[in-house]
Design a protein. Structure first.
Length: 397
């Protein structure tokens, strides 16, 4: 096999001061950064459509190859050394709503041996309900030009009441299980009160084992999932989210989830097994329209508040990122880097010790771009993807 490597990443920035909720002073400010254009073979890496993900698998035979997924359903591979690029696959999403398309892509932990990947496609066939489809594939091919997805196996299909608020992130945890997060199903304000009901997957993070089908399912349910004894569906790991577009595992194994807000607040959460994060009883740490008729109460002490939140003055669609582990910007090490799609601002967050604490935020830039996703290159440096198909890497100023 030719030697080439796959990577997934997204977005960019500049510099601005702000005063978000939960902000506090810090003795050490992160080093200034700027966004450098990501290049392949000496030329800027550009794609035609909205970028949803950029990624690298843990496989030395795929060195230096960036894998880009687009909302249109296209999966591309770009050799960052030569500039050679190839179309791996197009998973055609039906329907025109902007939140439809190929929204999630992940490599199996044993990708180097099995070549398996997982995708999340949101689609709406004519005359049918919107559907979220989780599928397993084999990434076949012995060279960049030959890469292709084949041998599809459907893992899960969820019918959505509307096209929006679908979540999108897929990922395998340190435990080897597959995690995924769904939004409330749209449109605005969770009109069907779906999230606080316990008979569906909306507004929930799921945890399954796709390697071991059981009980008529194409997957099994881990034996330590929190709701095996009742209280929610057994696949559910945590719940109470509006639109968890991007989340990640920290180096210490904790799950950091960014949840896109409704009217006033964007939030960052630390996820614990069985946790209820409040939507649509609460938006962030605040009661959400408390006089509306729905199950539950925003005064419930069991609801978990964000470790960080910010108001509309600083943005209105949070894009979750990663804990920085690179070497180029030492003062960012250990901080959670995230951004906002609307304002183009980028932040670094000092995480608290646990999900009940409050983080300290550092505004570290502003891009002027509609950021759609963040990623990591092979050296764990932050990559940026945008609505315009332009890609960047964060570097020291």
């Amino acid at each position: 096999m030719d030697r080439f490597s796959i990577t997934s990443a997204l977005f960019l920035f500049g510099a601005v001061l702000c005063n978000p909720l939960y902000a506090s002073a810090s003795e050490v400010e992160p080093q200034g950064v700027r966004a450098a254009v990501l290049k392949a073979g000496g030329n800027a890496v550009r794609t035609k459509a909205v970028t949803n993900q950029l990624m690298f698998p843990a496989d030395s035979s795929f060195a230096g190859v960036l894998v880009v997924t687009e909302r249109t359903g296209q999966v591309l591979a770009v050799d960052l050394a030569s500039g050679e690029r190839a179309d791996i696959h197009r998973i055609a999403p039906t329907g025109q709503y902007p939140e439809l398309g190929l929204v999630g892509f992940a490599f199996y932990p044993d990708f180097a041996d099995t070549r398996r990947v997982v995708t999340y496609l949101m689609t709406k066939p004519r005359g049918e309900a919107a559907q979220g489809i989780i599928s397993e594939w084999v990434l076949a091919g012995d060279s960049l030009a030959d890469l292709r997805l084949e041998d599809r196996r459907e893992l899960l299909r969820v019918e959505h009441p509307q096209e929006g608020h679908n979540g999108g992130q897929l990922g395998f945890g340190p435990d080897g299980f597959l995690y995924m997060a769904f939004g409330d199903g749209g449109f605005q304000q969770d009109p069907r009160n779906m999230v606080q009901k316990t008979d569906n997957f909306f507004g929930a993070m799921l945890r399954i084992d796709p390697r071991n089908p059981s009980e008529g399912r194409p997957y099994s349910i881990p034996g330590d999932n929190p709701f095996l004894g009742g209280g929610h569906l057994p696949e559910v790991f945590a719940w109470g989210f509006r639109n968890p577009w991007r989340w990640t595992f920290a180096p210490d194994g904790r799950i950091i989830l960014a949840d896109v807000g409704q009217d006033a607040i964007e939030e960052v959460n630390l996820i614990v097994a069985g946790g209820n994060y409040g939507w649509s009883l609460k938006e962030g740490s605040k009661c959400f329209r408390p006089n509306r008729d729905r199950p539950g109460s925003c005064e419930d002490t069991g609801l978990i508040d964000p470790v960080y939140e910010y108001k509309r003055r600083y943005g209105s669609a949070i894009i979750g990122g990663f804990v920085y582990e690179g070497a180029a910007i030492p003062s960012l090490r250990g901080l959670y880097v995230f951004a906002d799609h609307i304002s183009g601002r980028v932040f670094a967050l000092e995480l608290p010790a646990n999900h009940l604490g409050r983080g300290v935020v550092h505004p570290i830039g502003r891009t002027g771009k509609a950021i759609t996703t963040l990623g990591l290159d092979a050296e764990r440096e932050i990559l940026i993807g945008t609505n315009g198909g332009r890609h960047f890497r964060l570097v020291p100023r």
